[in-house]
Design a protein around this ligand. Sequence first.
Ligand SMILES: Nc1ncnc2c1ncn2[C@@H]1O[C@H](COP(=O)(O)OP(=O)(O)OP(=O)(O)O)[C@@H](O)[C@H]1O
Ligand SMILES: [Mg+2]
Length: 506
Amino acid sequence: MTIGVVIGESKPTEVTAQSSKPLSVGEYVIIDSQDGKILGLVEKSAISSEALTNVRNFDEAIESKEVAEINSRDKNYKVKIGILGFLDKLQKGHVIIPAVPPLPGTSVLEATQQDLAMIFGPASKEWIRIGALLRNASIEARININKIVSRHLAILAMTGMGKSNLVSLIAKHVASLNGTLVIFDYHNDYENLDVSKMNYMVAKINPRLLPADKLAEVIELRENADKQQRVLRESFTESVKQSKEFWATLEENVALFGRTTKGYADSASRVLDKIDDAKHRFSDILDPDCGDPVDLIKEGRVNILNIAELSERQANAGLSYYLQELLQQRKESVWERKGKATHKRSYKFLAPIFVIIEEAHVFIPKGEHTDTKYWASKVAREGRKFGIGLGVVSQRPRNIDPNVLSQMGSLAIMKIVQDDDQQQIASAAESLSKDLILQLSSLNIGDAVFIGQWVNLPSIVHIDEVKGKRSGSDLDAVSEWNQTDKFKDIAKETTQRLIQKDLLLD
Ligand SMILES: Nc1ncnc2c1ncn2[C@@H]1O[C@H](COP(=O)(O)OP(=O)(O)OP(=O)(O)O)[C@@H](O)[C@H]1O
Ligand SMILES: [Mg+2]
């Protein structure tokens, strides 16, 4: 069906059209050009009224409104259409932009199910359903999951816009494909995720396996407490690492160092306090007898590692350990398969793994070194060769390390209003046009722009909502306050009853 005509000046990358009805930004249309059908995306849409232009006062506005209503030619619907490529080539996965711009006068047609289905919802099994096109709602939107495992993914949006929902959806699909997923869950958002093959655990750190400076971080020695750092470094010997009684042996060594090294008695006693403190406060997490924490991760499962109880520095030490180990194990696995195994150590991950880091701006920050950042960039660079994919999730794209962000081959971007966040995304994603970036502030919950290698074309999608989970929903403060009042009343009544009883007994 013809819905418009190309007018004005055309370019190979964009045309202007006059349409017969208002078109939505983000809608796909077909430009029926002389060289074949071209797929276009409505990037700007404007409506104006002849009668209602240059209106000087209210009375004139009312009169003009009446004139406009009678005159069927009054409204002017103008759209800017970005050219995405020849339709038949896009359906085969190739982007070919026409060399000659469509002639003015070319018809603009409504895109049909048949035109779009092959592009946005290919049928092969690595394409998983994520939702439907936002403006062509009957068209299924799928993403290529192979591409995110090999070329990484960033999910960026303001808080509460549906990032964790998308992660949950990906998790469900990975589970149904028997894949291995690891989610570092900083806010305990995924405990109630309803997927088969879930392996939920509290992330552990085995202090025996850490280098001394990491142990210092984990037991929260101050970074600039040089003497305390030295005490720990000197005391954390091989015999401590091997000892059955890890903490006791470490404490003995620290005490001994304090007694025998001049000027170190106070520092040693501080370190002892810190060890004692860490041992009790973090007994669930810091576990010298848990073996290798990576062994808790199971192949073919959705592994949720709860890191909510960890302080930022501990979480950082934990995360970097996991990333380093997972990368190493994947390397061993690939080398073994290629007959180049070093046999230095064992590995258990036979197939690729996808690792998702929530709150990525905390662990992979801009302008600051963290170990997680070091290992995340290594995974981003080397992951493709060894089958380990990285997903970073954040509500503050401007604070994520731009290097790591630029290595994410695919992006899901939901509502973002802050200018500097939008700029950061624009520089990480060259294919994101200015007009699409402007769209980001007008998206609703669950709407996202998908760009990069996991889609054939940049798409604006409404993501399916994952039911049966409690991820990140806002607190209902009002009803909880209401409950508190009720509880207080009950408490008051009970206390009064008890007092009366007491008085009676007296
Ligand atoms: N695709 C969707 N369709 C409908 N509702 C959605 C969708 N995605 C998310 N929601 C709703 O929005 C709420 C918040 O979503 P979610 O927890 O995924 O956001 P978030 O971006 O991860 O937030 P935070 O930054 O706090 O982690 C969900 O509880 C859900 O009710
Ligand atoms: Mg979330």
